[in-house]
Design a protein around this ligand. Structure first.
Ligand code: FE
Length: 334
């Protein structure tokens, strides 16, 4: 069953109030979530309507207020989920289904958002120039032995800020500032481009290691040109020296504060949290299911096992403002 894409302007008028449906604002491209939508409609008979919103999702909900047709927000990155909660456009959900299937560190302590898949922020290491086990911690990235050998994207990008926020949570602000200075001193060039561009730089011999999200390995392998970049590196899972975990971020779901189809929205969230749905979702996007008991795709499993950081993502997200300040103070991108 195909899901209708509805236009923002017309949607509130076009939606009959009695229909069994759920309206989703998705930061994720519709084709990535289509298998989930189909599975949900098949098992419940509830129709799904998706609006793809790649920018200003929270602003949109704020502007629409109580008249918003949206029931559900599907997005990526902890900062977007905590930002939606802070803006008052989400509501707390008390569901034993959700709280049993989603690990505590991957959901809001007050029930406003739930992680569905995780992506680790890892090191892509040159197969030729970096020995296995040569990089084991995030703290290592500031070691002068990596001088002129690291590539990374901008310090102000949400992925970098997420990692810096986690470093603050583990090591404190002062140590994090020193660490950032150390990493900056090791950069092969000023931060530029996305995660895949850094791997391309490794392939081209401009640097030996880079920071990136795990799923980009999958994206590169699926691309004719980028496959060579992917083949030039392997994934290393750095840990925090303090607790031995690797930094992860999430894609997740929240119910809007004004959800007109609350019961259907809850059914959708509980469906997404099932181990099967998490597995389907994770395999389509080359990520890890939030539930450790849900199956990981063979391709993603091939990249190696790791222990995710057990720190609650909500605590990490609280350091976001401080992280940005540090990145600017050390002039990371300069
Ligand atoms: Fe990404």
């Amino acid at each position: 069953m195909r899901t209708a894409l509805f236009a923002f302007a017309a949607c509130s008028l076009a939606l009959p109030v009695t229909a069994e449906e759920v309206n989703i604002y998705s930061y994720r491209q519709p084709e990535l979530i289509q298998p989930l939508l189909d599975g949900f409609t098949e098992s419940t008979g509830i129709k799904t309507n998706v609006a793809f919103v790649n920018k200003g999702l929270v602003e949109r909900l704020v502007a629409e207020g109580k008249r918003s047709p949206a029931d559900i927000i599907l997005t990526v990155d902890i900062s977007r989920l905590t930002g939606a909660k802070a803006a008052g456009v989400t509501q707390a959900i008390d569901s034993s289904v959700l709280s049993t299937s989603i690990p505590e560190q991957l959901r809001d302590p007050e029930g406003h958002w739930f992680g569905l898949t995780t992506r680790a922020r890892i090191v892509y290491a040159s197969k030729d120039r970096v020995r296995e086990g040569e990089i084991t911690t995030y703290e290592d990235l500031a070691d002068p032995k990596w001088k002129g050998r690291i590539c990374t994207r901008s310090g102000t990008h949400v992925y970098t800020l997420g990692l810096v926020s986690a470093v603050i949570e583990h090591n404190g602000v002062e140590a994090t500032e020193k660490w950032l200075e150390g990493v900056k001193a090791n950069l092969a060039k000023a931060p530029e481009g996305n995660d895949r561009a850094q791997v391309k730089s490794i392939w081209a011999g401009e640097c030996d290691i880079s920071l990136g999200n795990t799923y980009y390995m999958g994206a590169m392998l699926d691309d004719e040109e980028q496959k060579a970049w992917a083949d030039s590196v392997r994934i290393e899972f750095p840990k925090f020296a303090s607790n031995g975990g690797t930094h992860v971020n999430i894609s997740g779901v929240a119910m809007t504060a004004s959800a007109p189809n609350r019961d259907n929205a809850l059914a959708f969230m509980e469906y997404l949290a099932s181990a099967d749905a998490q597995s389907i979702y994770a395999s389509v996007v080359n990520e890890y299911p939030a539930d450790p008991n849900a199956a990981v795709s063979d391709r993603v499993a091939d990249w190696g096992a790791f222990t995710p950081d057990s720190t609650n993502l909500a605590d990490i997200a609280e350091n976001r403002g401080e992280a940005l300040k540090l990145v600017e103070r050390v002039d990371f991108d300069g």
